[in-house]
Design a protein around this ligand. Structure first.
Ligand SMILES: Cc1cc2nc3c(=O)[nH]c(=O)nc-3n(C[C@H](O)[C@H](O)[C@H](O)COP(=O)(O)OP(=O)(O)OC[C@H]3O[C@@H](n4cnc5c(N)ncnc54)[C@H](O)[C@@H]3O)c2cc1C
Ligand code: SF4
Length: 508
């Protein structure tokens, strides 16, 4: 008896659990481009194009390899435009009722499959280093779920950067050596870019027609769309950027969108690259003395540490996690997140490159757009939806913990031990944004005061009950309390006025 084998747009690898379990000689692979997935948030056109092009190429590879693939293109007139709908249609067409699928990375889609009247067997997605069970066992009984301890377990498990049972170089974590400010010159021309072939061009036309009204530039489109290209992009990064990745991991430049970053998250997340193989390539570069330990460790930590850890948290915390609002922030997302004018050069530049590339690196996401959202008290659900829409690598299992947890502290401190907030001083230290900004980073109140300076104290003041006893925030509150009362009052009044102007739609 044959079965349907569901392969989703972020499961594009021959070794995904459902394909391993399937029988090529009798089962039918179902892949579907559906409007529901493309528009439940207004995904960036580049992100949609990446996924659709990679899906089409994957389906072609499967066919060449002897699989029967029932592939629904977005414009097919019969297409029901939802994943369960397409499963039902294919089940009827092929006279089958059993489906095997790899568990989706999003509670929404898991629930939709569970509600589908077909008999669907969900297999664990084992493209990760830690299984759900392992993460649950690690989390069991711990007062705080800090990434660092989990990361050490993953180092031991994979043997990456280990010398026996000791960390290579003597330290587990070289984070302190990964914080150099923005360099004058960047000796890396950016990620490897690919000219669209016929398959990609067809998808670009389709996306332009169907999703051209979404925020984001579709062209110039240069992403890798198959494993061979993605591998070349990785090799390019390891050869030319990795050696300096560690030093400048946190730096930001207004006119250099990529610095020494890898741009591999979209490829890993949809299955074009295997996370462990990516880490092994980086470890090998360190073994060959091509890259220093702070670069190799800094990179590997992001993947076997942060990436695995946030996934563990997403599934451990359950379906309500993405909607948490622990600080009760309700302010609406201002239009400048969607490209309207703002005088804050850091925000404007981060949004501009997000629009152009469907990409911003970690510190731009955390300390510019995320920091502003937290300081200004923006509604976490709206902010989270924005991040999910605008980045090519955004899938809920990885986006929500990073946004709701790490960036907005809306999960009440499951991920972060204190909120990631900073005044303009941090942005000024790590970037060149402040030069040429309408505001003055050194000005704390009055004409031209940097909004981050005002909002930083406003945030601390309005959440005193929640944070003043946090040992890691005591110094901040002591500094605030040492300011004279008139100054404090001025800061709060000006911050309120700024927020009011912003919410009224004025250019701020
Ligand atoms: C507010 C916020 C939202 C984010 N949303 C996403 C998201 O939707 N999808 C996503 O993949 N990453 C997300 N990240 C993490 C990180 O910003 C991106 O993974 C990274 O910028 C991708 O670019 P890169 O490949 O050049 O990464 P590099 O900076 O070169 O890092 C190497 C790799 O490490 C992994 N990585 C690094 N940091 C994280 C992290 N915090 N969580 C998970 N993986 C990480 C990625 O696979 C990345 O490719 C978010 C971070 C923040 C602060
Ligand atoms: S001065 Fe303030 S608003 Fe302007 S770029 Fe610097 S941190 Fe951003």
């Amino acid at each position: 008896m044959s079965r349907l084998v569901l392969v989703l747009g972020d499961q594009l690898t021959e070794s995904v659990a459902a394909l391993r379990e399937a029988d090529k000689s009798r089962d039918v692979v179902v892949m579907a481009e559906v409007a529901e997935e493309g528009s439940y948030v207004p995904h960036h056109p580049k992100k949609i194009a990446l996924i659709l092009a990679a899906m089409r190429k994957f389906a072609a590879r499967l066919r060449e390899d002897g699989w029967t693939v029932a592939y629904s293109e977005l414009d097919d007139t019969e297409n029901s435009q939802s994943i369960p709908g397409e499963l039902l249609r294919r089940a009827e067409q092929h006279g089958v009722s059993d489906v095997i699928a790899t568990r989706p990375g999003e509670h929404r889609l898991i629930a939709a499959l569970e509600d589908c009247p077909l008999k669907i067997t969900l297999l664990e997605d084992d493209r990760f280093i830690a299984s759900h069970k392992e993460f649950e066992e690690w989390a069991e009984g711990r007062k705080a779920l800090r990434m660092e301890y989990f990361y050490r377990e993953m180092r031991r498990k994979t043997g990456l950067l280990m010398e026996g049972d000791k960390p290579a170089g003597g330290k587990w974590n070289y984070d302190h050596e990964n914080r150099k400010p923005a360099p004058e010159d960047v000796a890396f021309s950016g990620p490897l870019q690919f000219t669209p072939d016929a398959v990609v061009e067809e998808v670009l036309d389709l996306v332009e027609r169907r999703f051209g009204n979404h925020f984001g530039n579709l062209r110039l489109f240069w992403f890798a769309t198959d494993p061979e290209q993605a591998q070349r992009a990785l090799t390019h990064f390891v050869t030319y950027a990795l050696p300096r990745f560690g030093d400048f991991q946190d730096a930001m430049l207004a006119d250099n969108r990529f610095l020494y970053h890898a741009l591999v998250a979209p490829y890993i997340n949809i299955g074009l690259l295997d996370p462990l193989e990516v880490c092994r390539a980086v470890e090998q570069a360190w073994k060959e003395r091509h890259a220093p330990i702070n670069a190799a460790e800094g990179f590997i930590r992001q993947i076997i540490g942060w990436r695995e850890y946030v996934r563990g948290i997403y599934f451990l915390e359950g379906p309500d996690y993405p909607r948490r609002n622990g600080l009760n922030h309700q302010r609406k997302l201002p239009d400048f997140y969607w490209g309207a004018e703002t005088r804050m050069r850091c925000v404007s530049k981060a949004v501009e490159q997000t629009k152009a590339e469907a990409y911003a690196h970690h510190i731009q996401r955390l300390m510019v757009t995320g920091n502003f959202a937290l300081l200004a008290g923006l509604d976490p659900a709206e902010v989270s939806e924005w991040y999910l829409a605008v980045y090519a690598d955004a899938f809920e299992w990885v986006e929500a913990p990073n946004v709701v947890g790490m960036s907005l502290f809306a999960d009440g401190g499951v991920i972060a031990s204190k909120p990631y907030v900073s005044s303009g001083a941090y942005i000024n230290r790590m970037s060149d944004y402040c030069k040429g900004c309408h505001y003055k980073v050194s000005v704390k109140t009055g004409d031209g005061a940097c909004p981050f300076n005002l909002l930083y104290w406003h945030f601390l003041d309005r959440h005193r009950d929640r944070f003043s006893n946090n040992a890691r925030m005591g110094n901040m509150y002591r500094t605030w309390d040492r300011m004279d009362a008139t100054r404090r009052e001025t800061v709060l009044r000006e911050a309120d006025a700024f927020l009011d102007r912003m919410s009224a739609g004025e250019v701020v």
